[in-house]
Design a protein around this ligand. Sequence first.
Ligand code: NAD
Length: 485
Amino acid sequence: MRSSPLYINGKFINSKKTYIRENPATLDPLQEVSLASKKDVDHACSVALNAFKTWSETPPAFRGQILFRVVAQLKEKINFLSLINTQETGKPIKESTLVELGGVIRTFEYYAGLATKIKGTSQVINKELLSLTIKEPIGVVGQILPWNFPLLLASWKIAPALASGCTVVVKPSELTPHGTIELAKIISDCGVPDGVINVCPGSGEEAGDALVKNKKIAKISFTGSSIVGKSIVRNSSDNLTKLSLELGGKAPNIIFDDANLDSCLEANLRGGFFNQGENCTAVTRLFVHKKIYNKFISLYKKRIAEINMDEPDKNNSEMGSLISKAHLKKVTSCVDKSIKQGSKIIFQGKIKKGLNGHYFPPTLIEILDTKNILFKEEVFGPVVAIMKFEDENKVISMANETNYGLAGGVWTQDISRAIRVASQVDAGYLWVNTYGGIIPETPYGGFKQSGLGKELGSEGLEEYLRVKNISIFTGRSLPKWYGKK
Ligand code: NAD
C-alpha cells in the first residue's frame, strides 16, 4: 500500500493523522492518506508566501520554459499518472489516459505559451498624462479540488497560476490526493523552486477551511459542490479574498426533430455516461422533440446497452465504479426518490458478476414534470433523465428552470434556431451539434449557482492577475492649486 503524504517546500511530510483510502473499483486498500491539520496548512501558506517574491519576479519567458518542460515530463509519465488516476477514481483507464491526462498535457502546453503574453496597456490621457496598466500576479492562491477529474482540474488551476507568477497551496480531495502529489513533484523536478507548489491533502472541514480562512491567501480557486462553494463565500468574507468558484450543474440538451441522429446518439452517450456520469457538465436532462421521441429512445437504449461496464484498469472497460460507498448510496437514493415521484426507468444496464466495487449501471429515466428530483438536483452518476417537448419557447424555459447554469447543448440543422436557442439557454458553456470536451483555449465557467469567474482561456489567466494603474505626469511642472491669487 502506498502513502500519500503532504508536499510542502519541496519535501514530503507524513502527518500524524492518516486514513486508509480504498480502490473504489475493487475495495482493496489503496493508500494511506496524510490528513493536513490547520497548522500544516498555515505552514504551507507561509512557505508559499516566502516563495512568491522569487517566483513572481522570475521572467515570464523562464516560467513558460519550465512549464514546457513539465509538458515533456507529463508525456513521458502519462501511463504512470493514468494508472494512479484510475485506481483513485474508479474511471476507465482509456478515459484517464486519452481524456484526463491528454487534457492535462494540453492545458500545461497552452499556459506555457501564454506566460509570455501577459500584457498591460498604455493610454495617453492628455499631453501631460500617460496611464500605464500593469498586470501583476495576485499572490498566494489556495486551490481546492474535487475528486471527479482530480488531475485535469488540478492542471486547470496550477498551470495558469504558475504561468502568471503566483504560488499555490493545493488541497486535493481526500479521496483522490495521490495523482496531485505526483504532479507537484514532477513540476518541482522541472525547475519550479521549492515552496512555489505545495499540496495539503486533508478534509474539507479542517484543511480546506484553514486554507479558506488563511490571511496570506490572496485568492481561492474552488471546484466542487454549490453548497460548499457558498460556505467558502461566507468563510472568506472576513479577508475579502478574491474567489473563483466552479460549482455543480444540471445540463440540458435540447434535441430538435431535424437533428443528425447518429451524431446526437454518440454525443449523448458520452454526454450522459462518460466518467460514470460523475461529471459536472454531464447531460442530465435530455429534451427530445415529440416527433422523434420514440425513435430516439429505442436507438438510445440499444446504444446504452453496449456500454462495457468492467474493472476500470482493463483496456476495454468503458464504465467503471463510482467514487465511494456513500456516493453510490446517494445516486441510488436519488433514483429511488425519482421513481416514487412518478418517473419510469426506460433502460437500466446490468452489473456483471464478479465486479466488487461501487458500481451503478447506466440508467435512462423518463420524467414527466419539472418537480421530479432528477430535474432539479445534481445526481452525479450515470443517470440520464429524458423528457418530451414540442414548443421551442417552452423547452428553453424548462431548460432554464433550475438554479444551475453550467453547460448545455442544442441539436438542429437550422443554424438560426441553433444560435437563437443556444443564446437563450442560461448557462456558461454551450455546445451545438456536439457535446462534451472542454478545450483549454476556451473560457469555461458557470452562471447562477454554478459558479463565479472563469477557468481556461486567456480569461482563466486573468483570474490570477491583478491590474495596477500607474499615471505618469509628462509635463514640465504641475500647475499650482493652493495659494493661487
Ligand atoms: P465537495 O464540494 O464536497 O468537495 C470539493 C472540495 O472541497 C474537496 O476537496 C473537499 O474536501 C473540500 N471541502 C469540503 N468542505 C469544505 C469547506 N468547508 N471548506 C473548504 N473546502 C471544503 O465536492 P465533491 O463531492 O468533491 O465534487 C463533486 C462536486 O464538484 C459536484 O457538485 C460537481 O458538480 C462539482 N464539480 C464542478 C466542476 C465545474 O467545473 N463546475 C467540475 C467538477 C466537479
